[in-house]
Ligand binder design. Structure first.
Ligand SMILES: CC(C)(COP(=O)(O)OP(=O)(O)OC[C@H]1O[C@@H](n2cnc3c(N)ncnc32)[C@H](O)[C@@H]1OP(=O)(O)O)[C@@H](O)C(=O)NCCC(=O)NCCS
Length: 204
């Protein structure tokens, strides 16, 4: 897609927070965590990657090659930003934060995040999303960042709300999980909102 916005997604920054650092993937260093979150059934459920509970597939050569093919090429992508989330307490990668589906004409993007269980529930996710969303508005010049969160994931929704995302609609029965239909809530944040609160809507 032609870039009319001046945004340069081929730059892969390192973003430093109090609890986390977001940095480009280092495949050999991060592979163990990546395997962990790709195989975690609860992460698969919450991100909509799995269609129902099932026994984890054995991690075979094909899975390893596919993981290496994907995570080994994230730093070369000119139209999306995939960053590893590193827990500053241990120095280890605990997940990923991603701006994807960039539309340069409308200066918008989708956002997604996932943390392995070892990184969850300690405020790392909320801080990571503030860092990458701030980068999206302040350095990439985005106008709007949106995301989808399934109705069975109130923790993620809370984390998004804490950083200033606003629910704007419901995609009814968007996911089939274990034979049940699940709604997906669409949330977004605009550059003008970010400018006002910089990820802390409680302050305004
Ligand atoms: C979603 C995710 C990124 C959030 O990051 P996190 O570091 O675990 O979350 P935080 O600790 O920053 O914040 C979670 C907030 O939700 C709250 N929370 C936790 N469980 C909750 C629940 N069942 N209902 C409502 N709120 C809940 C926490 O209390 C906290 O809010 P508080 O700070 O006001 O107390 C992370 O848990 C994750 O990656 N989970 C697995 C994959 C996933 O769900 N990805 C998102 C798909 S849309």
């Amino acid at each position: 897609m032609d870039d009319h916005s001046g945004a340069d997604f081929s730059v892969k920054p390192t973003l430093v927070g109090e609890k986390v650092i977001l940095r480009p993937f280092l495949l050999d260093e991060d592979a163990e965590t990546i395997r962990t979150f790709l195989r975690d059934p609860e992460v698969g459920r919450l991100t909509g990657s799995d269609s129902g509970p099932s026994d984890p597939e054995p991690w075979d050569d094909k899975a390893e090659q596919s993981m290496r093919g994907w995570y080994g090429t994230r730093n070369e992508q000119p139209d999306r930003l995939d960053l590893a989330v590193v827990d500053r307490a241990t120095g280890a990668c605990v997940g990923e934060a991603v701006l994807n589906r960039w539309n340069s004409a409308n200066r918008n993007c989708n956002f997604r995040i996932l943390l392995a269980p070892s990184g969850q529930n300690r405020g790392l996710g909320t801080e990571a999303l503030r860092l990458i969303v701030g980068y999206g508005f302040e350095q990439l010049g985005l106008h709007r960042i949106s995301l989808g969160v399934f109705a069975f994931n109130p923790r993620a929704r809370r984390s998004y709300e804490k950083a200033g995302f606003v629910a704007e609609g419901v995609l009814r029965d968007s996911l089939s999980y274990g034979g049940e239909w699940v709604d997906e809530v669409v949330m977004s944040i605009l550059a003008s909102e970010w400018q006002r609160h910089r990820g802390h809507p409680e302050l305004i």
